[in-house]
Design a protein around this ligand. Sequence first.
Ligand SMILES: [Zn+2]
Length: 452
Amino acid sequence: MKRINSKYIDTGTTWLSDHCLLVNERGLIERICTSAEADALHRQIEFEEELNFPQALILPGCVNTHSHAFQVLLRPTTGQPRHFQDWVDRFLYPLVLAQDEDTLYASALLVFSQMLKQGITTVGEFFYLNNLPDGSSSRQRNVQAVLQAARDLGLRISLVRALYDQGEKEGQKRFKEPWQQAIEQTRQLALQYQKHARVSVLPAPHSLHGASPDLIQAAAALAEELDTPWHIHLAEQQSDLQLAQERYGTTPVGALDQLGVLDERTVLVHAIWLNEADKDRVAAKHASIAYNPLTNMALGDGIADIAGWVRRRVTVGLGTDANIQTDLFAEARTVEYLQRTQNLAMGCIPAARSLYRMLHLNGGKVLGLPVGELQPGMAADFLAVNLEHPSLLPAAYAEEVETAVLNQLIFSAWPAEAIQAVFVGGETVVEAGRLTLVREENVAEEIRRILG
Ligand SMILES: [Zn+2]
């Protein structure tokens, strides 16, 4: 058992002072107790390790619900596309065609290491490069390269395995499979990692344009079989409304409902262009949202009605999607600032705790994992933030310290250096800003190797 002492602990729902975390050998939270209780326990059992964070707040690790790791390689071109389709055709698809196992590993190592350093302990990696350049199956080798990067770093990964069976463009050869093959490979991958402590798999028909009705229905059935959520890109661009109208004669949400698949396992990625009746329908079916505000801004997608989702008590998790940045606190900040800009108001979503829970607790639900909250039996995934770091002052000295700290964490930008340590499954994966399981220099070396 490990004992971790910190000035403050926030469990995700409750602020505690003078408490400590006890972490067991399985990497789970055993107990959260007062220092006096831990001292008493210490007389009976030997703690294998004791760590002290006297100036810190410990909070649950951030859960990134939507990422495409390889798109980090597009960072240098962010200023160039003229519109979404131009980005897809002139930047995304050429990049897609150039990927192999080596580049997938290197880009994942780069972006996942940055996520960890910024306090993300779980990534939902929406992975769709299932084929070789000639369109034949990579036989899971591409996906294993990405999983390997996460495993090397100690990052928890939920592999959101994309299923894609429609499209005639050259780039789409890298994703397109017969739908039965897509389902079977996803099932095999899920079974392979069924007992793995840090890897899980869930199905994701790519979108209404990439997945046929048969595939969407089979993916929803597979999610039920595996007892996981399932994800789908939905209503990201206004043009998605026209596509749903042409293919299904209804709205994007209407299409899912028509297929009989919209339920509490469904996670809608983006969900920007929805009418009020469809928002009510999503809420009534208890589906959830994976929202990526910074990417949506960068790609000119639009602004989702997050205030409306919160009002309807729909679970909203956050994602870094194209990975132009890998900071979930920045995503949370952007959620509220976009609502303010659109609604010409302030306080659209309360920072403490509605926005705050989007960082971790809601993400755990969106990925169907026991993460995102510090409770006995949950994964010991957390970070220690130094509240004495100048970028986080003066919140630690406010009278209402809980509200002040949660507000400042979300609304004022602060650097990764303020994070003293990051833990996944009770293991230290970042310490004083440096990776502990991978040599720091390896990350840049891998990029040099594939591009240099
Ligand atoms: Zn996406």
